[in-house]
Design a protein around this ligand. Structure first.
Ligand SMILES: [Zn+2]
Ligand SMILES: [Zn+2]
Length: 140
């Protein structure tokens, strides 16, 4: 997981935020494995189930939703094809958030739910040059 994300994904998209669509399987670390996410979430859901079966179900639903949203928006960020949400304000907000993560890898860790970075104090502050680059990307 570390190699796929921190080494391959960051190396590939450090200088250029997106590229033309690549053949399936040639992108690196751009997708989360949906089923792996469910398997990893299961131990937490089992513990939660003791306290609240509904809570356990909700937790698994959020994991599934997170992975689905994450995969769709992260793909659009790095391999834009003009998906239906590509012009939404919220999408562009997340894209700018993630753009800055690729510039400042120790900031803006959350792709789908940036609120986590506001809570943890890991928000990147864009410079004027960053704003310029984000405008060039069409996300600002
Ligand atoms: Zn990325
Ligand atoms: Zn990263």
């Amino acid at each position: 997981m570390f190699t796929s994300h921190a080494v391959e994904h960051h190396t590939q998209y450090r200088k250029v935020f997106h590229d033309d669509p690549m053949p399936k399987g040639e992108d690196r670390g751009i997708r989360l494995n949906f089923w792996e996410g469910l398997v990893e979430g299961l131990p937490v859901a089992i513990i939660l189930f003791w306290f609240s079966p509904v809570g356990a179900g909700m937790f698994m639903l959020v994991v599934a939703l997170h992975h689905t949203i994450w995969n769709q928006i992260h793909l659009e960020m790095h391999q834009p094809t003009g998906r239906f949400f590509a012009n939404w304000w919220l999408y562009k907000f997340c894209a700018r958030h993630h753009f800055l993560h690729h510039k400042y890898p120790d900031k803006n860790f959350n792709v789908a739910f940036p609120i986590g970075d506001f809570i943890c104090g890991t928000i990147a502050k864009p410079s004027e040059k960053d704003w310029e680059a984000m405008r060039a990307e069409g996300i600002a």
